[in-house]
Design a protein around this ligand. Structure first.
Ligand SMILES: [Zn+2]
Length: 173
């Protein structure tokens, strides 16, 4: 089943209630009755690139949809009024128990994230991260398994999202 864009499922204006709410362009809905402009912006998300001393990359097997069972980097959505670095440290702690010592911005790729029938657009921000000395990852609440993989063993079909495939290609270049 294809997920629908928010622009495709909203047709009644949430302010005036008229059946006059329509997309003007991707990411913008406008009501022709009361002139409400409503933006559906890309959500910011963060992900951690963490290598061990053998040059293997830390990956998580996703426990939940979307992309259940596929491999993903630790990370998640940035909350309102949170910095990307704060979101990164929070999500990595929640998902792996790792405390990050250093984080440095690496690159960004756009992504599509289908959840309960809705397609969200995200901008995924990737950071190279160094865990605190002696900090060992273990699967936490949202994770099925923690695994270390050499980049050249990863097949695109194993990876959860297009943005993760693109960052693996970026790291291999
Ligand atoms: Zn309206």
């Amino acid at each position: 089943m294809n997920a629908a864009l928010p622009e495709e499922i909203f047709s009644f204006c949430p302010r005036c209630g008229q059946h006059t709410f329509a997309p003007r362009r991707p990411g913008l809905l406008v009501c022709s009755s009361c002139a409400l402009h409503f933006h559906v912006n890309a959500a910011a998300a963060v992900a951690a690139v963490i290598f061990n001393r053998h040059g293997q990359l830390l990956l998580l097997e996703r426990l939940h949809e979307p992309a259940r069972g596929l491999l993903d980097l630790p990370g998640g959505f940035v909350d309102h009024m949170e910095t990307a670095e704060e979101a990164l440290r929070r999500e990595v702690m929640e998902e792996t128990g790792l405390t990050l010592a250093r984080v440095a911005f690496l690159c960004s790729f756009p992504n599509r994230y289908d959840y309960r029938g809705i397609r969200y657009h995200t901008l995924d921000l990737f950071f190279t991260c160094t865990p605190q000395e002696g900090s060992v990852p273990h699967p936490a609440d949202e994770t099925a398994a923690v695994t270390w993989r050499a980049l050249d063993t990863l097949r695109p079909a194993e990876l959860a999202f297009e943005s993760v495939r693109r960052v693996i290609t970026f790291l291999n270049a």
